[in-house]
Ligand binder design. Structure first.
Ligand code: FAD
Ligand code: DHB
Length: 395
């Protein structure tokens, strides 16, 4: 099989890239190791920047999002029983984020790609990428057979554990990584959201977040010890801990309900500076990751593929490599902006001194939270970062 752009991964970055390329008149093929049902059910990110929602509308994949998404004008930050608000509509030039699950974005783009005759292969695992100097080839397993996809460009949209980045020789790879001494537990519950907006809490016992996916489904998170497994967290213990960490002086109660899913995941900050290697480009989580605090990961992935799609359009349609040559620099500027913001949000909301608790850290954290939520300049900076940098796209 042959194509212009061979895309590995049908997560948000691979799917959105394939659709943007289609609109530019460029052929692509997506290879995804998991089944369609699996990727459509995989619950992850939930908040889209206003620029991302505008992009989805502009490229004709925003209809269901506009009907079912839950606009967010502000977020609430709790600490020491206090309730404070960061209103990004007011502080960040009218921008409104949207709660719309990543799995819904994935469903919408798969459906659209399939309607447009896009070539998406599920349960097709990329094994090896060869000839990146000449005619790049992706060898993959599909329906029990080893097959080859020949392409002109490879887009590795295959997440942190994918093969794209691992194809780059170690002496050519420049990367920065930070691991944390705690993990997160993500909980999906059949419970009406208890708030119209996201509620984050920097509790002394650790971070908690109350988010949502629909008017009947809530999504909650707890900062937990690195050594904990899902089995350490009974449903009863989860609700008790969420109630404690989200508690306020005011009359507010977290709605409880049947827990549909609980997942433990590691937290990581990671940036691979080698976003291009010969004829392969890395995009999304394959090149960079942030802790979820700050809601940047998915939005960053979309920002990468906007730049990549325009670069590839110039390359294929105008025989110009100028834009592609700038891909890494353009992305990294945004990537490090998101890293600094996420680092700030993580240190101000979570207990970084999780293993060796030192009350000094907690006092500084409370002072930071007081300042961030009561000083307009500080709150404006937070709101602007949360709303996200403007997308660089021709769409
Ligand atoms: P992925 O979604 O990881 O997709 C990569 C795809 O490649 C996968 O489908 C994988 O199966 C496939 N693949 C891997 N290897 C191969 C192979 N060898 N062959 C073929 N296919 C392969 N971000 C936000 O912006 N806002 C949030 O609120 C937010 N909350 C989050 C909450 C949680 C709990 C988590 C885990 C993440 C959150 N994120 C958030 C981050 C966001 O989910 C990721 O940044 C996003 O999924 C990145 O998309 P991607 O397409 O680059 O990678
Ligand atoms: C979610 C939203 C966020 O803003 C965040 O920082 C982490 C997770 C969510 O809804 O899943």
């Amino acid at each position: 099989m042959r194509t212009q752009v061979g895309i590995i991964g049908a997560g948000p970055s691979g799917l959105v890239l394939s659709h943007l390329l289609y609109l530019h008149g460029i052929d692509s093929v997506i290879l995804e190791s998991r089944s369609q049902a699996y990727v459509e059910a995989r619950m992850r990110a939930g908040v889209l920047d206003s620029d991302v929602t505008a992009l989805f509308k502009a490229v004709g994949v925003g209809e269901r999002m506009m009907k079912e998404g839950l606009p967010q004008e502000q977020m609430e930050i709790r600490f020491e029983g206090k309730r404070r608000y960061i209103n990004w509509k007011e502080l960040a030039g009218g921008r409104v984020n949207m709660v719309y699950g990543q799995q819904e974005v994935v469903k919408d783009f798969i459906q659209r790609r399939q309607q447009d005759g896009g070539k998406l292969f599920f349960e097709a695992q990329a094994l090896r990428i060869t000839d990146l100097d000449g005619r790049p080839t992706i060898e993959y397993m599909h329906e029990g057979q080893q097959k080859k996809l020949e392409c002109e460009i490879v887009a590795a949209c295959d997440g942190y554990h994918g093969i794209g980045r691992r194809t780059i020789p170690a002496d050519k790879l420049e990367a920065y990584e930070l691991n944390y001494s705690f993990a997160w537990l993500g909980i999906v519950a059949e419970a009406r959201p208890s708030s119209k907006w996201l509620v984050t809490s920097a509790h002394e016992r650790g971070y908690a977040m109350h988010s949502m996916r629909s008017p009947s489904i809530s999504r909650n998170y707890l900062q937990i010890p690195l050594t904990d497994t899902v089995d350490d967290w009974s449903d009863e213990r989860i609700w008790q801990e969420l109630q404690t960490r989200l508690e306020t002086d005011a009359d507010w109660k977290l709605e409880e309900g049947a827990i549909l899913e609980k997942t433990r995941f590691d937290i990581r900050s990671f940036v691979c500076h080698t976003m291009r290697y010969k004829k392969m480009f890395l995009a999304g989580d394959s090149a960079h990751m942030v802790p979820p605090t700050g809601g940047r990961g998915l939005n960053q992935a979309i920002a990468d593929v906007c730049i990549l799609a325009d670069g590839l359009a110039d390359y294929f349609k105008k025989s110009s490599s100028a834009h592609l040559e700038r891909y890494t620099d353009l992305c990294l500027q945004r990537v490090w902006h998101a890293q600094q913001f996420t680092w700030r949000m993580t240190s101000v909301l979570q207990r970084l001194d999780w293993e060796n608790k030192n009350p000094y850290h907690r006092q500084v954290q409370i002072a930071q939270l007081e300042y961030l939520t009561s000083n307009r300049a500080a709150a404006t900076s937070l709101a602007e970062c949360y709303a996200g940098m403007p997308l660089q796209t021709s769409f």
